[in-house]
Design a protein around this ligand. Sequence first.
Ligand SMILES: Nc1nc2c(ncn2[C@@H]2O[C@H](COP(=O)(O)OP(=O)(O)OP(=O)(O)O)[C@@H](O)[C@H]2O)c(=O)[nH]1
Ligand SMILES: [Mg+2]
Length: 352
Amino acid sequence: MQIRTFSAPKLHLALSKVRKEFGPEAMILDRNRGHDDEGNAIWQVRAARDGESGSQAKKEMKPAAQPSAHPDLDHRLQHSMQHLERIVSGLGRMETDTLRNSLHDENERRAFDTLLSCAVAPTHAHDLAPAMAATGEARARCLRWGKRLQPQKQRETVLVTGPCGGGKTTMIANLATHFHMQGIEVALVSTDTERMGGLEGLAAYASVLGIELHALRRSEDAAGILQKTESARLLLIDSEGWSQANRKSCRRQGPPWQALAPTRRMLLLPANLDEADGMATLEVAAGLYLTDLLPGKLDETATAGKVVNWAARSGLPLSYCSFGSSVPDQMGWLNPKTLATLLQRNHRKEST
Ligand SMILES: Nc1nc2c(ncn2[C@@H]2O[C@H](COP(=O)(O)OP(=O)(O)OP(=O)(O)O)[C@@H](O)[C@H]2O)c(=O)[nH]1
Ligand SMILES: [Mg+2]
C-alpha cells in the first residue's frame, strides 16, 4: 500500500490532487490544517492506495530505528495493522458515500457536502441535508431548540457555566444588558470570588448598567442574596471556569449552585475549542443537570459544524450564542434558520 500526504491552500484542491494522483479508489486516512514552510495556511490530506510503494510512501513509512529481533513477526504485524487501517478508513468512506447516495436529489447532496465541509459529522449531515435543501433551515431529529428567557412572564434564575475563558462573563453581561435595555429588573450574582480578577470583569458591567452585583463567597450566604434580589425578574449567576481535564474544579461548584437553585443551567462551549475537548467537557458536565447549550465565540472557528455534533451528542437544546466580544450586539439566538445561516457562512468562508 502507498501512503502520501497531499497539501494545498484549500481542502478541495488537496482532495483533487489525491484523486488525480491516486485515482478514484484512493482512501482518505485523515485531513489536517497546517502551515507550509513560509507560514501560509494549508490543508494536508493523507491518502492511501493499493500497489507498489513509491519513494514518498517509503519516506513516510519510516523503517524501525533498531533492527528487529523478529523481522518476520514485525512485518506480519505491520501488514495486519495496515490492513486494519484500510478496513476502518474504507468503512468510514463507504458509510459517508452510502449516506450521500441515499439522499433524494442533487440539492440534498450539495447541502450534505456543505455540511461536511464545516465539520458536521456525516450522520448528522444526512439528517440535516433534506431540510437545508428544501427550506434553508437546519432542522433534524438530532437537534433540540431552547426556550428564550421570558423574565417578563416569570422570574428566571440563570447560571452560566463552562470552560475557563470561554466567554461566560461576557454572555452574562450580554443577557443583563439585553434585558436591562427592555426595562426588566436584573440582578447579578458571581460565585467566581476566589480567583484573582474573577469578580472585576462583571463588576465593571454591573457598574455601567447600574445593576447590583452580589458576590457569593459561601453557600450559606445564598439565602440572604436570594432575599435581597427577590424583586429582580432576572437573576444571572456567573461562575468560575473549569477544565475538562480537572473534574474536581467542576464538582467544587456544586454546593453554591445548589444553594442558588437556578431554573436554567447553561453550558457555554466556545467554538474555538477543539471538537474532542468539547466532547470531553460535555462528558464531565453530564451530572450538572444542564438545560441549555450556548455556543460561544462562533467568530473564532472555521469548523462551526462541531456545534451540531456537540448538541447532538449531549441532547441539550441550543439557545443563546455569541459571535464577538461586543456587548450586547454580538449575542445571538440559535434556531434552525440562524444555525443554517451560520453553517453556510462558515462553508463560504472556507471555500473562498
Ligand atoms: N472573539 C470573541 N471573543 C469573545 C467572545 N465572547 C467573549 N470573548 C472574549 O473572550 C475573553 C474571555 O471572556 P470572558 O467572558 O471573560 O470569559 P469567561 O468564561 O468568563 O472567563 P473566566 O471567567 O476567566 O473563566 C474576553 O477577552 C472576551 O472579550 C466571542 O463571542 N467572540
Ligand atoms: Mg468570567
